[in-house]
Ligand binder design. Structure first.
Ligand code: APR
Length: 273
């Protein structure tokens, strides 16, 4: 027999999920009803998103099958590498992100989170993503924990320039004002998290009574601490992912397994019934 907390840990696949510690009977739509009830009753719900929410927009995840880190060396995104080899680091970023950027659009999952904010079902979004698709979908309160690739920062004068105003044909790009080296305004490995985003995101871990995690492995610190702290502070945790993550067993209360678009669409339908 499982305790109440574990019984709340449900998945939508109808498969029996078991491990050496516990046996859980899976109950289909009940999971959506319970998640919908938590969202309706929450006083302050926050979405916490990772690369998985943008996969259906055509941006590959970082890890797992088809993960970017299978094809590209993550060391290329280390700040010391960028300072030493700015041209090569830029070439890789241009190939991975900037080539894609003009083409990718938000998907239904992004739009549903924007609608949930507009309808005050969620207070805002904390995202690890640097693709600005939550902006494009219409969310207003967005904490970009890892910054954004949409703006370039001059490492000399600190000026921010929109990427669309910079010619990425000649790399590395330079600041039009002072000629300094431009760097994407995203957090590279080895860099600290922007103060305002760090304060805002960890602030939500204190205040929120519900977190909706969408599409993250939860493997990268310090971002991965945010849902854990929220749970420790008493928040309920709904998780949406195609696969169990490092949160699923000990942080998540309700696990909705599936693609972000399909799961959020079904969840919104359940909230409305
Ligand atoms: N719907 C929902 N979840 C999905 C989907 C989908 N369509 N496709 C993939 N996923 C899940 C995967 O199962 C995986 O758990 O999304 C997750 C993607 O994990 P990662 O690639 O590790 O991305 P993320 O957790 O956001 O990475 C964190 O690592 O590389 C750094 O700075 C980078 O912000 C990034 C951080």
């Amino acid at each position: 027999m499982v305790n109440l907390e574990t019984a709340l840990y449900i998945t939508a696949t109808g498969r029996t999920y078991s491990d050496k510690n516990r046996e859980i009977e899976i109950v289909g739509n009940k999971d959506y009803e319970e998640a919908a009830r938590l969202i309706r009753d929450a006083t302050r719900a926050v979405a916490f998103t990772g690369a998985g929410i943008s996969v259906e927009s055509g941006i590959p995840p970082f890890r797992g099958e088809n993960g970017l880190w299978n094809k590209y060396d993550p060391a290329t995104f280390d700040i010391s590498y960028f300072h030493e080899y700015p041209s090569h680091s830029w070439e890789v970023m241009r190939d991975i992100f900037y080539e894609l950027f003009g083409r990718v659009k938000p998907n239904a999952a992004h739009y549903i989170l924007a609608e949930m904010e507009a309808r005050k079902l969620i207070h805002g979004v904390i995202t690890q993503n640097v693709d600005s698709l939550h902006h494009d979908a219409g969310n207003k309160t967005i904490h970009e924990f890892h910054g954004s690739l949409r703006k370039l920062l001059c490492l000399n004068c600190g000026r921010l320039t929109k990427v669309e105003n910079v010619d990425l044909a000649c790399l590395p790009p330079k600041c039009v004002k002072c000629g300094g080296l431009l760097k994407p305004n995203a957090v590279f490995f080895g860099e600290s998290i922007p103060g305002h985003a760090h304060r805002a995101a960890f602030g939500e871990a204190d205040k929120a009574d519900l977190f909706i995690i969408v599409g993250t492995t939860g493997e990268v610190a310090p971002a991965n601490m945010i849902p854990r702290l929220a749970r420790e502070n008493g928040a309920k945790i709904i998780e949406i992912n195609t696969e169990p993550s490092s949160y699923t067993d000990f942080v998540t209360h309700i696990f909705l397994q599936g693609k972000a678009t399909a799961v959020l669409e079904q969840l919104m339908q359940t909230i409305e019934t």
